[in-house]
Design a protein around this ligand. Sequence first.
Ligand code: FNR
Length: 353
Amino acid sequence: EAGWRNVELGASDEKFQNLHEFIRKARALLNQNAWDYIVGGTETETTLRRNRMALDEIAFRPRVLRDVSTVDASVETFGRRLRLPVVLAPVGALEIFDPAGAASVARGAGRFGAAHMLSSVTEPGLEKTAEAAPDALRIFQLYVRGDDAFVEDYVSRAVANRYTAFCLTVDTAHYSRRERDIAKRYVRESRLRATGGDHQKALSWHTVKLIKDKFKLPLIIKGIATAEDAQIAVDHGVDWIYVSNHGGRQLDHGRGAMHVLPEIVQAVKGRARIMVDGGFCRGTDIVKAIASGADLVGIGRLQCWALAAAGEDGILRMLELLEDEVIRTLGLLGVTSFAELDPSYLHPATATN
Ligand code: FNR
């Protein structure tokens, strides 16, 4: 029975049997400000909607009559084996959802065997999150809010605290108009809106070069949305391209992330590895990204819902459910591992074809 499945569900929280239950629980627990902080995007929220539409506009081309008795959802990345090709994306102000903030997410990710990316604008900060989950695959993400010395200080601290890689977010040159917040005259009391915005506006490839010249830590650039910039990043020796539109929270009227991914894969030609996020909330979504040429998928809002609903255990349970969905999807596609996937398993789709 269920010999094709290599995960046993029910270990952590019997209450959550599908991913939607985290959303329902989080909605019930959070006040309107916290809820809008998670779900909101910029201005008309068109980029946000396009993330989901771009995923839904891909259909599968399943193959059948292949032995899929044993399906393995794990991947090799950063020299380690991850149970799923998933990174919990950097999210600011996680302390809104759980008193331990990012420490709970890092611990949940570590217990499961997924990667965690820590935002520079969330509690409990770089050192304490490292202490909380010493063995997790941890990546540090920085918003540049200071000069070169500010950047170097953060990279040095990431090295000292055994982060596996360093990520610069580059799609926030200007802070966007989050109209759900504006409409309520709501200003979060967090470091999100702290000083240093001028540094972010002035950010250029100089900082990328600075980090690559001085540090050996693998560098990720988050917020690449064109082949042109992917090419420049590769020319600078960047190790990972992170295709993202910030979950539709920065530039409005951008493309859905999954519509951007193919041109990046083509431009990079294997010279860097690729992460993607934006709208991912199901196992099928993850499978579509990897079949399209991504190496890792980032999970933003679903992480917030799971954390708000059930803390560290919620993160673990969310990852277990994603893994179960991924394994069933791979099996139904007729493959036994991510390595066997390629774009031939995908087909452009509208709502009806
Ligand atoms: C974010 N995102 C983000 N990105 C980043 O580089 N640093 C940050 O501090 C934050 N903060 C943040 C807060 C919240 C509440 C959300 C929802 C998002 C963007 C995040 O890393 C990721 O790119 C998107 O969330 C991915 O889209 P989905 O999964 O939310 O649809």
